[in-house]
Design a protein around this ligand. Structure first.
Ligand code: NDP
Ligand code: MG
Length: 384
């Protein structure tokens, strides 16, 4: 199978590449894209003998090998997907630039593995109706992969409740009066997952979990009331699906992004990862304790869920505002506890219409960024 990876130089991209390298007879990586890390992309391209590379923001010094097809700019992502003969595209880039390429991959009837949650949260109402067949789109976000696997063969009409789990991040037990002292370094030290900086901060505020609840609402076509989150510090269970007959299915595995990447790439097959030394937390260490999310400790979770409940313009505004608020925190312009307040203010102050098109939805992301920039006292454009 010919595989293309957008966001190949990132954390999920690396997890996906690890799986592809282990099974070269099944997965041949022929196309790779990143934003600006030309050096790493070039090295990957040479190692994997990729036929095509794309950089959306190439530096001047970047010079790809002459035998490689090279695409550049945000438009390059769309051209890459339109032109390259790839069976399975993995969307593992961050941000919203790959939405059009995602829609195009779906229209071309390619299989798609999707880690990028922003595209579904912002543009789900325009992306998902394009799907040609069941399971064409396979979630890679670990909780959604878990739920996707739990829901196989189930009548979703009989679904009572979905829960996504959250480890609670580094501040699960921090005394509330110590939140003032949180620094970027402490927020970036996630106890379980190794991820990119934006999503690591989002996991500390639990805004990530709220965004993921919206993602689940869209992916599994459920009302927001049927989607919730549970704090589960051991991160062994990633998602739970309760049905009307009182049976609950849950997925338990190591906290390792290579697993959902493998499940998505190999579907409907399973890859023999245990034979390759992958870890499985055995029954002797299973810990099935779950707690509700504390809204005082995690106000960002409540704000994000409200954006999902109200839907319309709010999920897109949330995504844009959060991008900027996290950047403002990481550059020490705002304290940690202001992140949720900034999001709340951006959502509450919006009095425009709901998006009527994909372009409107993407524009709302920018409006969310702009408003958050002014609230954080940032004038220059900030991109993650
Ligand atoms: P990283 O910051 O580690 O990597 C981001 C990747 O996307 C890099 O390869 C980057 O390239 C590339 N990229 C960024 N912008 C563009 C663009 N405009 N065009 C092309 N490529 C681009 O992020 P993560 O791997 O952590 O996350 C990626 C996505 O997956 C996000 O949407 C995140 O929410 C989601 N996700 C991540 C999880 C995780 O465990 N990390 C779990 C579940 C979902 P460059 O290196 O050149 O900047
Ligand atoms: Mg997740």
């Amino acid at each position: 199978m010919r595989v293309g990876i957008l966001g190949a130089t990132g954390s999920v991209g690396s997890a996906t590449l690890d799986i592809c390298r282990r099974f070269p007879d099944r997965f041949r990586v022929t196309a790779l894209a990143a934003r600006s890390n030309g050096k790493a992309l070039l090295a990957l391209g040479r190692e994997l003998q990729a036929e095509a590379l794309c950089l959306t923001a190439p530096g001047e010094a970047f010079s790809p090998d002459p035998e490689t097809r090279f695409y550049r700019g945000t438009r390059g992502l769309l051209d890459l997907v339109e032109t390259e003969q790839v069976d399975h595209w993995v969307f593992a880039s961050s941000g919203t630039d790959a939405i059009e390429a995602l829609v195009q991959a779906i229209r071309l009837d390619r299989d798609v593995s999707l880690a990028n949650k922003e595209s579904i949260v912002v543009a789900g109402p325009w992306v998902l109706p394009e799907l040609r067949r069941p399971d064409q789109l396979r979630p890679v976000d670990s909780e959604h992969s878990a739920l996707w696997q739990c829901l196989h063969g189930e009548p979703t009409l009989r679904l009572r409740q979905l829960w996504l789990t959250a480890s609670g991040g580094p501040f699960r037990d921090l005394p509330l009066d110590r939140f003032d002292a949180v620094t970027p370094q402490t927020a970036l030290a996630h106890p379980v997952w190794r991820m990119g900086p934006k999503i690591t901060v989002d996991s500390a505020t639990l805004v990530n979990k709220g965004i993921e609840c919206i993602e689940a609402m869209r992916l599994f076509a459920q009302p927001m009331e049927k989607v919730g989150a549970l704090i589960h510090p051991r991160s062994q269970v990633h998602g739970l699906a309760l049905f009307q007959d009182g049976s609950c299915k849950l997925l338990l595995s190591s906290a390792d992004m290579r697993l959902p990447a493998a499940a998505a790439l190999a579907y409907p097959d399973r890859l023999p990862l245990l034979d390759q030394g992958f870890d499985f937390p055995g029954p002797e260490v299973w810990d099935l304790r779950f707690e509700p999310v504390d809204p005082i400790r995690f106000p960002g979770f409540t704000v994000a869920c409200r954006a999902g409940q109200e839907d319309g313009p709010y999920p897109a505004l949330l995504v844009g505002a959060d991008e900027v608020a996290v950047e403002a925190f990481l550059s020490e312009r705002i304290p940690f506890f202001r992140i949720a307040a900034v999001l709340d203010q951006v959502l509450s102050s919006y009095d425009g219409p709901a998006p009527a098109s994909l372009a409107d939805a993407v524009d709302l992301v920018e409006q969310g960024r702009r408003k958050a920039r002014s609230l954080c006292g940032m004038s220059e454009e900030v991109r993650p």
